[in-house]
Ligand binder design. Structure first.
Ligand SMILES: *Cc1c(COP(=O)(O)O)cnc(C)c1O
Length: 375
């Protein structure tokens, strides 16, 4: 029997979302000029409650969340922002959009996240913010970075676009860094089609974020700072409220699926498997394995093999940001060797563990992957 394609991630939308959007459309309130319509306010309240943050500010995308967070932190021309190069390009893009320069820190080989040590290697007097990215859903070890940053008046903005539902030292991601940015793009844990959120515990930052979301206005048509139109629509927020109710169960499904894959793959000597630690719970956006000793060509062959057998595996991300044509031109963005970053980008393979993946699928994924390694 021909197997259906097992997608790497897919949105899970039920009747309730359909009904909620229909209700918004019928109500006639599609958005609000301050960005604070009734559904947005409800979504923000529930999101803050879930993450344990004091404030949540809804915006139009994860990229908008990052850009708004940088603007709220006062990042601008002449400033440097330390970020990993092993991330989706939007992390770097937001820095450039804020007028600042991205400076790339290397990742830790085991967790794919930047660390205090790698950040300190590229720190300068111009460093104004640091953006650790919780790649694949595993939170970066943020406390040591926060402690160093607070001594130097540097803001820590966590890119949690992939880690909603993860936790760090028994706190949900979202209540830990100075600001935390989430994405509700269609492939993420919680989706509103497009959408994003910034959480913070800081009164000043929350107020700044609300202004930035709607043209820097503190009241209608009264512009106090540079902003943008980053408002979330009422349709998006209505979907978000329902998606959030399903989130804990879906994260649990991902965790179970990841555990099953680990059990099936742990004896495979050619692979390094993902893991969580005592104090860092993974959100399992992706289950990313590493092929020991592989170069890019070999890794790509394995992905091709999996895809030809209807397992949609992928390399996230095949090119580190500092080697992309646009970023390659930036002088001084690369200060040291990004050895772990470049090696990881040629060896990683991400596999699906989303809630729609069945035990049968997991069995098939593991078998197909093992077979591909013998080729
Ligand atoms: C998805 C993602 C973003 C961007 O979010 P959008 O909602 O697509 O704008 C930023 N950073 C990371 C790590 C992401 O995975």
């Amino acid at each position: 029997m021909m197997k259906d394609l097992i997608r790497i991630n897919e949105p899970i939308i039920g009747e309730e979302e359909v009904r909620a959007v229909a209700e918004v459309l019928q109500s006639g309130i599609l958005t609000d000029k301050s960005g604070m319509g009734p559904r947005v306010i409800e979504f923000e309240r529930r999101f803050a409650e879930y993450t344990g943050a004091k404030y949540a500010v809804a915006v139009s995308s994860g990229t908008a969340a990052l850009h708004a967070a940088l603007l709220a932190a006062g990042v601008g021309l002449g400033d440097e922002v330390i970020i990993p190069s092993f991330t989706f390009s939007a992390t770097a893009e937001a820095v450039v959009l804020a007028g600042a320069k991205p400076v790339f820190a290397d990742i830790d080989e085991a967790t794919y996240t930047i660390t205090l040590e790698s950040v300190e290697e590229v720190l300068s007097r111009k460093t104004k913010a640091i953006i650790p990215v919780d790649l694949y859903g595993l939170p970066a070890d943020i406390d040591p970075i926060l402690e160093m940053a607070e001594k130097r008046d540097i803001y820590v903005i966590e890119d949690a676009a992939q880690s909603l539902g993860a936790s760090y030292k028994d706190r949900h991601v979202g209540g830990v860094a100075h600001q935390t940015c989430f994405s509700f793009y269609a492939s993420k844990h919680l989706t509103t089609g497009e959408g994003g959120m910034v959480t913070t515990n800081d009164d000043y930052l929350a107020e700044a974020l609300r202004m930035i979301r709607t043209h820097g206005e503190s009241k209608p048509y009264w512009v106090e700072r540079l902003g943008h139109n980053y408002r979330m629509t009422e349709m998006q927020a209505a979907i978000g409220v329902i998606q959030l109710q399903r989130l804990p169960k879906n994260v649990e499904r991902r965790r179970e699926n990841a555990a099953i894959l680990t059990e099936k793959l742990e004896k495979t000597k050619k692979l390094i498997l993902p893991f969580e630690t005592e104090d860092r719970r993974h959100a399992w956006h992706l289950y990313t394995v590493r092929v020991k000793g592989a170069n890019k060509g070999r890794r790509n062959k394995i992905i091709e093999y999996l895809r030809s057998r209807r397992v949609s595996a992928a390399a996230y991300y095949p090119t580190p940001v500092h080697l992309l044509p646009y970023y390659r031109r930036m002088a001084d963005s690369v200060r040291g060797a990004l050895t772990n970053t470049e090696k990881a980008s040629s060896q990683v393979i991400s596999l699906p563990v989303h809630p729609r993946v069945t035990p049968d699928d997991l069995d098939y994924i593991a078998k197909t992957l093992k077979k591909s390694l013998t080729k």
